[in-house]
Design a binder for this molecule. Structure first.
Ligand code: PLP
Length: 600
């Protein structure tokens, strides 16, 4: 960047190195024109803007630091008083009409900095407050301070981690993430690679692409001309469709493995049938995806067994080995319990949750079998968006397979130049700094404490549900943070009724009726949250529901779109959540059910 220009009317911005007077008087940028000549208009605009750009030099006021302090405070003003609703600001309403909102033009005149930033703050009116303990709608955490600041800092000097030159030591955050997470998973940290990318969807896409490139060796040049398969469970995330479609493989090449009715895990017997069949027909498999923590049921697929099966049924001659990708974007942090000292229990978790922590830790210990793992720090990692990390075991292989060619446009100045094998070109360092700062700030004990603490609250809710005759938990075997449950009319024995609806075709009509009730209760709760409704002087929780987290027993193949189980969802992610909030949530669900039935 050249600050100093030599044309007649060139302006030297505030603090430019060429003139030391500018350093002492940053408010009045100097121009190179004679004092008696009027400043050209464009130069006036530029000098005003330059005084508001972040200052390149120390020792003067920094407009950036000042404004950040001021506007973070203004944003914070939107938080409610203690006990307030789960949205920000005063008005929970949407402030625009769609699509009329798009009928807008750029102003002719330059804007005023404070006014623009005030308008930004206004956009947050009514936004969900992820820090409010009443918020338990989905896997969206309040971001931790270290991660927020780290990710903001990456914006200040625009660290671009496409290659070493433009980020310099900042890209060490990505390399050390590879090391720290490689160690955590149980791989050789130095051989592990990491690419921060655009979400869990991006991680899945990388996992699929890895398989396609390895299995179809000439596909980097010739494209994908073979119907290679991608195999995942019935409960795998919907991003399977985006990834297959956008990669050019096509959604028809996704093959679903049945899941166990009780555990929701991939059924390895069915997987074996599928692999045997493809081997016999000489159809190659590109990628097998084990979901290590499904979005709704927190089910962890038995990846160790899947790994063995892949060795038993290799791809036909001429194709590479299938990639085993672990979609752990939501469940990854349970791996922190793989080496926890359960004997001495140093963090003093209750006996209620110790066996669950152990079970989760052991299941996630098998992550080491994966070729690559997707990790979302912006889910169960308490970091801001987007901070997803695609982690791969054999960095040398992955990077060589996807290496296209050097380019004259950029020069290699450091040993680390991921642009040669990443899908993106420019890549922000913001996700990598958020993830790295979280790893360093939480340590192992901090992550275990946050996770375990929320799990304690989840089981408090579970035990409370057990005491409600008209409610039933429908994912009692799931060991994640989510509780899924159904609420029935007051006089119905929820356990007996649910069992019939789950197993018996004769109860199909009842199932559908109670699915509708579940949805209506879920919608009512959302409406109450959005309206800022209070019951007995207290605000209602922000919850959600699933319109089919699993199929009924008699609909295992999913042919009957309506024979599925709806459920109210509690997904506490909040470090401020308490048992009292959980009891309050159930109280509000009952109240919503009563109101829905009254209105019928
Ligand atoms: C959320 C989720 C995804 C998608 O991740 P994003 O970060 O939202 O792109 C993929 N897989 C699973 C299991 C998920 O829970």
């Amino acid at each position: 960047m050249k600050h100093v220009q030599t044309t007649k009317h060139a302006v030297i911005p505030a603090n430019a190195p060429a003139n030391h007077h500018a350093l002492s008087k940053p408010e009045r940028p100097l121009t190179a024109h004679a004092a008696n000549e009027p400043m050209p208009k464009w130069a006036k605009y530029r000098s005003e803007m330059a005084s508001e750009f972040p200052s390149p030099f120390r020792g003067t006021k920094d407009p950036l630091a000042e404004q950040i302090g001021k506007f973070v405070s203004r944003l914070d003003q939107l938080r409610p008083e203690e006990g307030g609703p789960a949205f920000l600001g005063k008005s929970p309403a949407l402030t625009y009409e769609y699509p009329a909102v798009k009928n807008v033009e750029i102003n002719q005149e330059m804007g005023d900095l404070d006014t623009v930033l005030d308008d930004v703050v206004k956009l947050f009116e009514g936004a969900p407050n992820w820090g409010n303990p009443l918020t338990m709608c989905n896997v969206i955490p309040q971001a931790n301070t270290a991660a927020i600041i780290a990710s903001m800092l990456s914006q200040v000097f625009s660290a671009n981690i496409l290659e070493g030159e433009y980020a310099w030591n900042v890209h060490r955050a990505e390399l050390e993430t590879a090391g720290m997470l490689g160690n955590l998973v149980g791989w050789d940290p130095v051989k592990t690679g990491a690419i921060y990318t655009w979400g869990g969807g991006g991680c899945w896409t990388y996992g699929l692409k890895y398989g396609l490139t390895r299995v179809l060796p000439d596909s980097m040049l010739k494209g994908i001309r073979t119907d290679a398969k991608v195999i995942c469970s019935q409960q795998a995330h919907f991003v399977q469709r985006n990834a297959s479609a956008w990669m050019g493989l096509g959604m028809d090449n996704i093959v679903h493995v049945r899941t166990d009715v009780d555990t929701n895990q991939m059924d390895v017997v069915h997987l074996e049938e599928i692999l045997k069949d493809f081997a016999a027909k000489k159809i190659p498999v590109a990628t097998v995806v084990c979901t290590m923590g499904t979005t709704d049921a927190s089910a962890i697929d038995p990846i160790g067994k899947v790994h063995k099966l892949l060795d038993r049924y290799p791809n036909p001659e001429g194709y590479g080995k299938a990639v085993l990708y672990a979609d752990a974007v939501v469940g990854w942090s349970w791996v922190y319990f793989k080496d926890y000292d359960f004997e001495n229990n140093p963090l003093e978790f209750s006996d209620r949750i110790l066996p669950i922590l152990k079970q989760n830790g052991q299941a996630m210990a098998e992550l080491s079998y994966a070729d690559a793992v997707g990790i979302d720090f912006h889910k169960v990692g308490w970091a801001p968006y987007v901070s997803s990390c695609f982690l791969y075991k054999n960095a040398e292989e992955f990077e060589k397979l996807h290496h296209w060619a050097p380019d004259a446009y950029l020069q290699v100045r450091t040993p680390y130049n991921p642009m040669y094998y990443t899908l993106e070109v420019s890549r922000t360092a913001s996700g990598s700094l958020a993830g790295w700062a979280t790893l360093k700030y939480f340590g192992k004990a901090g992550m275990q404490a946050i996770l375990g603490g929320i799990l304690e609250t989840k089981y408090y809710l579970y035990d409370l549900l057990e005491k409600q005759k008209d409610m039933v938990c429908v994912n009692p075997d799931d060991s994640g943070l989510i509780t899924l449950f159904r609420v029935y009319p007051k006089d119905v024995d929820a356990r007996v009724q649910y069992k019939k609806e789950l197993n018996d075709t004769k109860s199909r009509a009842d199932l559908i009726k109670h699915n509708e009730l579940t949805k209506a209760v879920g919608d009512k709760l959302f409406e109450w949250f959005r309206a800022g409704k209070q019951i007995d002087g207290k605000y209602t929780p922000y919850m959600s529901f699933s319109t089919g987290f699993r199929n009924t027993e008699y609909n295992r193949e999913g042919d009957d779109a309506e024979a599925v189980i709806y459920a109210i969802k509690s997904f506490p992610m909040n470090v401020f959540v308490t048992p009292e909030i959980m009891a309050w949530a159930l109280h509000c669900v009952h109240a919503a059910r009563d109101e829905v039935l009254r209105a019928q």
